[in-house]
Design a protein around this ligand. Structure first.
Ligand SMILES: N[C@H](CCC[C@H](N)C(=O)O)C(=O)O
Length: 277
């Protein structure tokens, strides 16, 4: 069978997006890994799947799979592309779209300037939310990696994030430390590793070594997690501009149980059809 898909990106974090409302397919982990391959397949950081909602007060179910085939709870850049996709494909005419994810509900708002604002829910810091093996909730946790002691912020945006403050993201040891943090034994379901440089209280630079994918040009939930951790540590004040290698996101959060808002672009690159082996 031929599967129709759209290739999209959010600040260079790139996606294959498929609608399983008007078409039917079941993708095995191995098929996802092959489709994700940038030489033998289409090539993407994540696969985004549009499904009918399970709950009557939601518009869609939004499922996310990393390049290694693992299904995950949330994808911020993907959420903006999801909104652009369902409008482009005329699966909805709404400009405020409610979606259910494995990590909880999201509200996607398409603004007049075509930027998209996502209510990402409330950041969670208790270790059990990630999960993270730690005795208590604290702004910073000591983590031993490769014989060295680091201080990380532990944040759940539905998906797990470890945020490490660095002096300069360009010289940060992302290639060396990223995989070691991602697979650290204290994160039973692995973790996304963020490297945050504080420029000012309203501005950071960020690189993210993503769980199940590796370093990406941008990570939406990583930007949310870094800002939430920075605000909680008293280093940052809302709103915060996050400079990622692929571009900028605007994050707003009033703290505590209030929702965190992420605003940024979503781009369509091309549409295609592929025969599933
Ligand atoms: N690698 C992430 C999922 C994608 C997150 C990222 N692409 C974003 O924009 O939030 C995880 O395993 O939790």
């Amino acid at each position: 069978m031929l599967l129709h898909f759209t290739k999209m990106h959010g600040l260079g974090n790139d996606f294959m997006v498929i609608d399983l409302i008007t078409q039917r397919a079941r993708l095995r982990d191995e098929q996802i890994r092959k489709l994700a391959d940038r030489r033998f397949g289409i090539g993407f950081d994540q696969l985004l799947v549009v499904e009918p909602p399970r709950s009557p007060d939601m518009d869609f179910r939004y499922r996310i799979f990393n390049a290694d085939g693992s299904e995950v709870e949330n994808c911020g850049n993907g959420a903006r592309c999801f909104a652009r996709f369902v409008l482009d494909q005329r699966l909805t005419h709404k400009r405020e779209i409610h979606v259910e994810t494995a990590g909880g509900p999201l509200t996607l708002v398409v603004n007049d300037d075509d930027q998209i604002t996502v209510d990402m829910g409330t950041p969670r810091f208790e270790p059990t939310a990630l999960p993270f093996d730690a005795a208590e909730d604290r702004p910073l946790h000591a983590l031993e990696v490769d014989g060295e002691r680091y201080e990380i912020g532990a944040v759940s945006m539905g998906n797990p994030h470890a945020v490490l403050r660095v002096d300069d993201v360009d010289s940060a040891p992302v290639e060396r430390l990223g995989p070691l943090i991602e697979r650290h034994p204290r994160f039973p379901r692995r973790v996304n590793a963020g490297f945050m440089q504080v420029v000012s209280p309203h501005e950071i630079r960020l690189r993210v070594f993503e769980r199940g994918t590796g370093e990406t040009l941008a990570c939406g939930t990583g930007a949310c997690a870094a800002v939430a951790s920075g605000i909680r540590q008293g280093l940052l004040e809302s709103p915060v501009t996050v400079h990622l290698r692929g571009g900028d996101l605007r994050i707003e959060w009033a703290g505590d149980e209030t929702p965190l808002l992420m605003t940024g672009p979503a781009e369509r690159v091309f549409e295609g059809r592929i025969a599933l082996a």
